[in-house]
Design a protein around this ligand. Structure first.
Ligand code: CO
Length: 506
């Protein structure tokens, strides 16, 4: 067989595996948005079967043979050097996925999928009933599956590193600690400066905002940002998320809280940022393994960029606040744009991560990272998590949850076995601002565009600079290509210092 024929066979296999992954994603999306409570067990069986079929197909001996015949081995994943760069990137990504998947026994894969479905459903109920004890057996199972997965991959020294590597290739716990340590000190210092200043008045938000009107405004917001509703949908879920069900079917979700209109606004913008990335992959890589983000950290850089750098900026609300007032004329009567801008940037250490301000947000993440690290090193037992959560929240942010529902049970990630994901959010903040520096240089008038509600130039820039690569480059390579540099905290710290010095006048 010629190289072209071998590649065509491998692409066909990749496309079929991708179809199976998307079919499983449909079932997961449905579980989080509309599955009736008692449908959970049947759904877990369906997912276990699909994951099993996917695993069997992807790890069949033929896949390994095709990769080898194209010169792709673990030491040289890109294969034959004469192949075109996109094909070498395709082989690199597929080899990495194959090397991991082939080490997992089939019954482990199906068992993990089944347990994840049940665990996630148990988490929804446990959070609703504030009942950590009911969730604990599922949590222990998720930790056990994650640990075993990492051991199969060969991370016997430190299983947590294997989990981190899923989301941020090449960033083990020690490398993340080296970034998070100074970041934590810096943010704590900034928090101190802010709390010493007169506080922002956000009392006009302390009332009920009809959730029906919130839903209408979320749709308006998406339209103005340029979200293509022929290729995506907005629905409701307990925890907002984005999932891709097909190249032209990208789903996002939000949630509406009667006394907190900002929650749905910023989760909608956040998820739209993820969706733009997923919608922006070039046609030639759609439907295959390269149609994915460079890493979850880079993915979160996109969502957090739209949410914070754009969505929490002054120019953004100069354009949009009058529109929001149209939806809430009574509630926002007499409020000036600048009052609203300050209120939505109020810095106030609080219990819930996804509603946290930009200064304390990364501290929420660092806390979760440290807890995960301690669980996988055996220093912290899962049963002790609620107490550890309360103590460390008090130490880190000076607040302590009264219930586990607003403490250790607040996030969906652990219920899905996604240990190692959390650092992506804080890394995303750093990547996002480093990339933003370059954007500012390339698009001098972007602030005026934002205030006019014109996001086309910014989206085009992101598309040409980031989306176009899909998963072809690892994060350090992508960052180097865009900024010429490696990961740095300074752009984020400079941005946050300058922004909050203006708001809190120090
Ligand atoms: Co996100």
């Amino acid at each position: 067989m010629s190289k072209e024929q071998l590649l065509e066979k491998l692409h066909a296999l990749d496309r079929e595996c991708n179809l199976l992954e998307k079919a499983a994603a449909v079932l997961r999306w449905d579980q989080e948005t509309c599955l009736p409570e008692l449908g959970v067990e049947g759904r877990a069986e369906q997912l276990a079967l699909l994951e099993g079929i996917h695993h069997e197909k992807f790890t069949a001996p033929g896949t390994g043979r095709l990769l080898e015949e194209l010169g792709s081995v673990s030491e040289n994943p890109g294969g034959d050097e004469k192949l075109a760069p996109p094909e070498r990137d395709f082989l690199k990504v597929l080899r990495r996925a194959y090397d991991r998947e082939v080490r997992l026994p089939p019954d482990f894969v199906a068992g993990a999928a089944r347990a994840e479905g049940l665990s996630q459903a148990a988490w929804v109920q446990a959070r609703k009933n504030n009942d950590f004890a009911a969730f604990l057996p599922h949590l222990e199972k998720m930790i056990d599956f994650s640990r075993r997965r990492s051991l199969y991959w060969g991370y016997s020294e430190n299983p947590y590193d294997g989990l981190l590597d899923i989301y941020e290739p090449g960033m083990p716990a020690a490398a993340i600690e080296a970034v998070f340590g100074p970041l934590k000190d810096h943010l704590n210092g900034l928090l101190k400066k802010i709390t010493a200043r007169p506080q922002v008045d956000a009392s006009f938000l302390d009332k009920e905002f009809d959730t029906g009107a919130q839903a209408l405004f979320s749709r308006e917001l998406l339209k103005r940002l340029g979200f293509d509703t022929r290729r995506g949908r907005l629905d409701l879920s307990a925890h907002p998320f984005t999932t891709t069900l097909g190249a032209d079917d990208i789903r996002i979700t939000t949630r509406y809280i009667l006394k907190d209109p900002l929650s749905s606004i910023f989760s909608t913008i956040h998820e739209a940022g993820h969706a733009f990335y997923e919608m922006g992959f070039p046609r030639e890589i759609r439907g295959g393994c390269l149609a994915d983000g460079a890493s979850m950290g880079i993915h979160e850089s996109q969502s957090r960029f739209w949410e914070n750098v754009i969505g929490r900026s002054r120019p953004f609300w100069q354009g949009l606040f009058p529109v929001l007032c149209g939806y809430f004329p009574k509630e926002l009567r007499g409020v000036q744009t600048d009052d609203f801008y300050r209120a939505l940037n109020q810095v106030k250490p609080s219990l819930i991560r996804i509603e946290a301000d930009e200064v304390s947000y990364s501290l929420h993440i660092i806390l979760r990272f440290e807890l995960e690290r301690d669980i996988f090193s055996g220093r912290l037992a899962p049963a002790d998590l609620p107490a550890a959560w309360r103590t460390r929240m008090k130490e880190t942010l000076g607040v302590e949850p009264e219930t586990d529902a607003e403490g250790v049970l607040q996030d969906i990630h652990w219920s899905q076995g996604s240990f190692g994901y959390f650092p992506s959010y804080a890394l995303g903040n750093l990547y996002g601002l480093q990339i933003f520096e370059k954007m500012c240089a390339d698009i001098p008038g972007f602030e005026e565009d934002i205030s006019k509600g014109d996001f086309g130039t910014i989206r085009q820039w992101l598309s040409d600079t980031i989306y176009i690569w899909g998963k072809r480059l690892y994060p350090p390579e992508l960052l180097k290509k865009i900024t010429g540099q490696s990961l740095k905290s300074e752009p984020f710290l400079n941005y946050i210092e300058e922004k909050y010095a203006d708001i809190y006048e120090f």
